[in-house]
Design a protein. Structure first.
Length: 199
């Protein structure tokens, strides 16, 4: 059975003066990406596709190079569009903004997209990628919020709670064509992947 992995990008270098969609990977993020590649080797991936945002693109490129597979960027896989919004120095304030986004998905609570607009744009781009790469296992490197929104549409999960536990450089395996969640592997502080199964 063909497998699709959705990967949350690795740790970026956070620069408050730069919009988040332009952030690049930190040194630690590059180490996380290498750890990800080792974890993904058993999946025998044929291709790595990534969001055009630098932090996701660099994560994907490191993985693809480590595994010796093809690597491409694809439009539309970007994170929820938060450009023009405030920078939340406090993690609690950032979490509250995301919680409100999930709680009111049809309202423009933050940035330039509603949650549902971001989800639908991401889903359309993902289906396009799947159509362009119809064979073999595939991994897509993208972003936590849009991945969570897509999963919540097709699975019985609490979107905000899932998002909170879906840490940087983690990934999910989902079934096709129904986008059902098979499992989650979350990278912890010790660079170990903790396996969580969802049925």
């Amino acid at each position: 059975m063909r497998k699709l992995l959705l990967i949350k990008h690795a740790m970026p270098e956070i620069k408050p003066e730069v919009t988040a969609k332009l952030w690049t990977l930190s040194d630690f993020g590059r180490k996380q990406s290498t750890a990800l590649a080792k974890q993904l080797k058993p999946y025998e991936l044929k291709t790595i596709i990534a969001s055009e945002e630098p932090k996701a693109a660099q994560t994907g490129e490191i993985i693809a190079k480590s595994l010796g597979v093809d690597f491409f960027l694809a439009p539309g896989l970007l994170e929820h569009d938060r450009s023009g919004g405030p920078f939340f120095a406090s993690p609690a304030e950032f979490e509250q903004a995301v919680k409100q986004l999930f709680a009111q998905p049809d309202l423009l609570t933050w940035g330039n997209e509603t949650a549902w607009q971001a989800r639908d744009r991401f889903a359309k781009a993902l289906k396009g990628v799947l159509g362009q790469h119809p064979k073999g296992n595939l991994a897509v490197v993208a972003h936590g919020t849009v991945i969570t929104l897509l999963l919540a549409q097709h699975n019985d999960i609490d979107a905000f709670e899932f998002w909170r536990r879906f840490k940087l450089a983690s990934f999910v395996e989902i079934s096709l064509p129904d986008f059902k969640l098979c499992e989650v592997r979350v990278l912890d502080k010790e660079m170990n992947f903790v396996r969580q199964v969802y049925r």
